[in-house]
Design a protein around this ligand. Sequence first.
Ligand SMILES: O=C(O)c1cc(C(=O)O)c2c(n1)C(=O)C(=O)c1cc(C(=O)O)[nH]c1-2
Length: 238
Amino acid sequence: MSSKDAQAPWSRAEFEEQLRAKGKNYHIHHPFNLRMNSGQCSPAQIRGWVANRCYYQSIIPKKDAAILSNCDDRETRRKWIARILDHDGYDDYQGHHAGGMEAWTQLGEAVGIPREELLSMSHVVPGVRFACDAYVDFARRRPWQEAVCSSLTEMFAPQIHKDRLATWPKYYNWIAPAGLNYFRSRIPLAQRDVDHGLDVTLDYFTTSEQQARALDILQFKLDILWTMLDAIEKAYPE
Ligand SMILES: O=C(O)c1cc(C(=O)O)c2c(n1)C(=O)C(=O)c1cc(C(=O)O)[nH]c1-2
């Protein structure tokens, strides 16, 4: 029995604090990201990152659909479905939204990758593919609340988007500013996603053993993001 098992569970506030403390392992601290946001990446490295991250963008709606397919709570499904529409976009009675994948495609064009080439995923390296596929696989197989918990790396995403908006125009003036719209669009959406994801997680993982499991799940997801940058770093050397 670990020392945590013998303890009383954390309060909601303490548990949230423990989840947020995992931010120290976020890919914002990865050497490739540090170089990217301090102007040290070549155009080929930026293009490599955009092309490989496109695969992550493409699996997010499939991951969210897997969560929906396992979720037996209508209230959760009503909220969760918005995540798919955020990325895929829509043309319906609610109007028109081009979606995050389209915004990512515009980022691709702004860095010099033609749309068809980007969407063909021909640049995606094996490590990135394996890491992203592991995320979808987890969401398909595990209880939906665990998959919701794994999405909580988004707690740390607004800062990384803000960093790119603050640094890229300065260091990479060859990238048309409109290409950065994806990052701008995600800041409020990530906040909304986190508010909901945290509610689910704080409600579901209540014993000390479950809370420890939630931290492990979050670490698994942090590892996916970290592994992606390891693979990208290796594929596009200095
Ligand atoms: O640019 C990033 O570093 C970053 C990280 C993450 C994340 O932490 O998982 C997401 C995003 N961006 C993002 O744009 C996004 O839509 C998103 C959805 C999710 C998820 O797990 O459901 N993570 C992320």
